[in-house]
Design a protein around this ligand. Sequence first.
Ligand code: B1M
Length: 212
Amino acid sequence: MNEILRAIYSSIIDGEQKVTTAKVQEALDQGTEPSAILNEGMVAAMAEVGKLFEEGEYFVPEMLVAARAMQSGLAMLKPYLVKADVKSSGKVVAGTVKGDLHDIGKNLVCMMLEGSAFEVIDLGSDVDPDKFVEAVHQTNADIVAMSALLTTTMPNMKVTIEALKAAGLRDKVKVLVGGAPLTQQYANEIGADGYAPDASRAVATAKSLIAA
Ligand code: B1M
């Protein structure tokens, strides 16, 4: 990792939001690839924050300031990840499931989808199953994209799929799921149509779901 990426990495771990934004700008000015800033500097830092939390070195406040630094860096990368395109690839209703406040991965997935010309209706985090249903009704979406970061909230994906069924919408919409604790096997078990382990594969899977 070069010096500027290391500085971004450290600033996120230390939760130094101002340093993160300054260093991301510096990296962009130097011509560093946005994908390197994202993956090597920022995503890697959040993985380390998770490790420190697991080891009892970090607590929720430290995770929170790191998340704020990450979000501000992500906002600066957005124009580079989201390019305008004329033809819509499809309409996606996205959200983090009920009970789950983790939205960084979901935001990244939304940005990458927008970058591939998907129209994204982002419902945010802690999204009630009924809100997903209502949004699909209102927007006629092609895909429901759900994210979960907690093992305790993963079951709410199944609850949402059941709510879509109960509303008679399950045949009209594809369901794409992802998030750190998920697996392809879990996605199969809950009856999702697609699973992706990261944001770029979420885009590829969304495209193949539309094509199918
Ligand atoms: Co929390 N947290 N957290 N947290 N947090 C984790 C998830 C945890 C693994 C940390 C740990 O113990 N190592 C752990 C979960 C353990 C478990 O369930 N087994 C945990 C815990 C326990 C908690 C609390 C319960 C802590 C507490 O209160 N005691 C609490 C729960 C709050 C709640 O949600 N109700 C909590 C709170 C928080 C903060 C609010 C402080 C903050 C979130 C802020 C925010 O998001 N705005 C936070 C953070 C930052 C984390 C870690 C450190 C980082 C998550 C992150 O943003 N990663 C996380 C540890 C870790 O993940 N290693 C942790 C970066 C992001 C880019 O990755 O979200 O995985 P990720 O997204 C990836 C892929 O997963 C995938 O693509 C993304 C990019 O490639 N992906 C999809 C995600 N969604 C997808 C959807 C798709 C496809 C792919 O299709 C639709």
